[in-house]
Design a protein around this ligand. Structure first.
Ligand SMILES: C[S@@+](CC[C@H](N)C(=O)[O-])C[C@H]1O[C@@H](n2cnc3c(N)ncnc32)[C@H](O)[C@@H]1O
Length: 313
């Protein structure tokens, strides 16, 4: 029997710090962090992402941007410092994090919306040129412990949640797993909504269940990927890793182009002698080495997707 994992109550009523789930964005925020010293360009997440987006998105022509789940607001502050013509809207479920975003973005022309993206109207979203979702797709509902029996007699299924799962497999021709599996139903609903709203540029980054390390780095970085969304237990809630290939299929069905890869594509590090030693000893030599090792692994565990509908001339 399946269950539906939700983080809504946690984000609405309990969350009072992101310290327990250090995001890559927050990890790179402090200027003096040893993590930045491993990078080819010592810079913040927002600046590195802005530069990468600029390779695929005409950032100088972007005005209205919606950032969903902006955490402490650091990413958007970097974006505004690079491009003062942006008109951001910060949409978040967490009243605590919206307050943090208001503090970080004080003095900038930003609007705020306390809302579950799953309940946001398409008409509102259709106003935006760019949507940014960093490290939050795994927070949206996940169907846990589904079984491939689901596909045997689809017309007999009456449960609306299972019918919604089937909708994604049939409408977007998703590859059907065998045996037991988990489905990122919330992330699929979110992407379908953003695509239906016709937002021309969408960026999403999250912990992937399909992550891979390039051959040349496999003796230094070792990560496991099963292809099935996996549970990550965090303070007060569970999240699930994201099956990006499913999201890619939805985006392509809406005639978007897809650029996809590991965070290491835009957070490039230098494989110095010191870093090689840290990775080969799995960061066991000191607390700092452990933090660096974990960070470099995360640059491959996390994937991003930029989806593009070239309508801004
Ligand atoms: C792990 S934090 C990531 C924060 C930030 N983007 C970063 O990378 O540091 C997840 C964010 O998504 C928000 N969030 C989770 N579920 C949401 C939902 N259904 N609708 C809107 N925001 C949501 C949380 O409140 C939080 O701001």
């Amino acid at each position: 029997m399946y269950t539906l994992n939700s983080t809504k109550a946690y984000h609405t009523d309990q969350l009072n710090t992101l310290g327990w789930e250090l995001t890559v964005c927050n990890a790179l925020h402090p200027e003096g962090t040893p993590l930045r010293k491993t990078l080819i360009r010592d810079n913040s997440f927002g600046n590195l992402l802005y530069d990468h987006l600029s390779r695929h998105v005409p950032m100088e022509k972007i005005a209205r941007v919606v950032e969903v789940g902006g955490g402490y607001g650091y990413l958007m502050k970097d974006f505004l410092e690079r491009n003062s013509t942006l008109e951001p809207c910060m949409l978040d479920l967490s009243p605590f994090l919206l307050r943090k975003q208001k503090e970080t973005l004080r003095g900038y022309n930003v609007s705020y919306r306390e809302e579950d993206l799953l309940e946001t109207g398409r008409a509102f979203l259709s106003e935006f040129d760019l949507a940014v979702l960093n490290e939050n797709l795994g927070d949206f509902p996940t169907l846990v412990n589904l079984n491939s029996n689901l596909f045997q007699s689809p017309s007999d299924i009456t449960d609306p949640i299972l019918r919604s799962a089937l909708h994604f497999f049939t409408t977007y021709d998703l590859e059907k797993p065998e045996g037991d599996f988990n489905l990122n139903i919330g992330a699929l609903q979110v992407l379908e909504k953003l695509c239906t709203a016709g937002i021309p540029y969408i960026y999403a980054g999250e912990h992937s269940c399909e992550a891979a390390v390039p051959e040349a780095l496999r003796s230094f970085v070792c990560i496991e990927s099963t292809g099935n969304p996996a549970r990550i237990s965090l303070k007060g809630h569970d999240e699930y890793t994201i099956k990006f290939s499913h999201l890619e299929s939805v985006a392509r069905a809406f005639h978007y182009r897809v650029v996809r890869g590991p965070f290491a594509d835009f957070i490039a590090f230098s494989l110095s002698e010191k870093l090689r030693n840290i990775l080969l000893t799995l960061g066991r030599t000191s607390d700092e080495a452990e933090m660096v090792c974990q960070f470099i692994e995360d640059l491959f565990r996390y994937e991003y997707m930029i989806i593009i509908k070239d309508i801004i001339a």
